[in-house]
Design a protein around this ligand. Structure first.
Ligand code: ADP
Ligand code: MG
Length: 317
């Protein structure tokens, strides 16, 4: 292992030097790619979940499946796209290859697919030492619609969050296995069945300037918007800690832990009423900061002791 982080690996080895398809509107670097077809824009994103890295191998199969599909579709919401279809790549260890496990897994997958209105249209099934689930999602935007991207935050914009973060990350290991699916506590439910704000996102497309789904930690994902838009983001730590009911020990884990899949977006202050009027879609949406000129740090946020974040979010490697 070279010691490079995942974002450096992607930037150095995979983000340039490949043929560019004629129909490409948006390539590597956002929540999803976009191909501009004759009748619509095809929005695609691939999400991989590995046992022991993204979920516990002993977790209930139905919940593993629901989480995998919800996390994948979240990238479509981040672009404002409407879900259409998905492909499933399943790499299965022998002990997962039993009728009971597979029935439980596919029941969960069907449940999430119906809730998100997305159809399974293909995939691949192989044996493996670890359970690995890769889901390629397709969504659509109308030809006339500009996607929500990470790259268009404007200086002076408000920064908003679609709902509370920190719950999923606060779920304890022992709470995540052996659970009764009919009776999940709020932390376990946030982890396995994150809200995917599809209806809200399809309204946001005409309102927001930039958007990302918070998969790896609020501060780190805010940094992605800052880098892509060449601005800095100033988040209101006092407001966040009050809204999220955090004390000093839970503040940074909630802001850097990830797994919540809320939408973090920026919008002009003259859109405040429009956003407030969408509370029927997204009751918890909250203004948490503002976009400023690019400064030394991409994101400014302090806890009540005046400390800045050390670690900003989850990174592989
Ligand atoms: P997200 O958290 O929204 O799923 P990621 O942080 O996983 O996004 O990826 C950031 C960007 O890098 C995305 O545009 C993704 O498609 C791209 N990417 C990640 N890994 C690879 C890879 N191995 N090859 C090409 N592109 C990649
Ligand atoms: Mg994303």
């Amino acid at each position: 292992m070279s010691g490079q982080g995942e974002f450096a690996i992607i930037a150095e080895h995979f983000s340039r030097g490949y043929p560019k398809p004629d129909l490409l509107e948006l390539g590597i670097g956002d929540d999803a790619s976009i191909l501009n077809l004759a009748n619509c824009k095809l929005v695609q994103s691939l999400d991989t979940q590995v046992a022991g890295v993204h979920f516990l191998a002993k977790a209930p199969a139905s919940l593993i499946a629901q989480r995998a599909l919800r996390c994948a579709v979240s990238d479509l919401a981040a672009m404002g796209a409407k879900p259409l279809s998905f492909h499933l790549s399943l790499s299965l260890p022998k002990h997962n290859c039993t009728p009971a496990w597979l029935t439980d897994f596919s029941d969960g997958l069907k449940k999430a697919a119906h809730q998100l209105n997305i159809g399974l249209i293909g995939g691949d099934t192989t044996s493996s030492n670890e359970l690995v689930i890769a889901i390629l999602v397709q969504g659509v935007l109308a030809q006339s619609q500009a996607p929500l991207t990470r790259a268009n935050a404007q200086v002076g914009d408000d920064v908003w969050l679609s709902g509370k973060v920190g719950l999923a990350h606060a779920a304890l290991k022992q709470e995540l296995i052996g659970v009764d699916e009919q009776n999940l506590n709020p932390k376990v439910s946030a982890y396995y069945r994150p809200d995917v704000h599809l209806a809200f996102a399809s309204e946001l497309i005409n309102i927001a300037n930039a958007c990302i789904d918070v998969s790896d930690g609020l501060v780190q994902d805010a940094q992605h918007i800052a880098h892509c838009s060449q601005v800095s983001l100033e988040l209101d730590g006092a407001k966040l800690s009050q809204w999220l009911a955090l004390d000093n020990t839970t503040f940074w884990p909630a802001l850097t832990g990830g797994d919540d899949y809320q939408l973090l977006f920026s919008a002009s202050p003259n859109k405040r009423d429009a956003i407030e009027s969408l509370k029927s879609f997204c009751p918890d949406v909250m203004r948490i900061g503002r976009v400023i000129e690019r400064a030394k740090e991409p994101v400014y946020v302090m806890d009540s002791l005046g400390e800045r974040p050390g670690h900003v979010g989850y990174q592989h490697f």
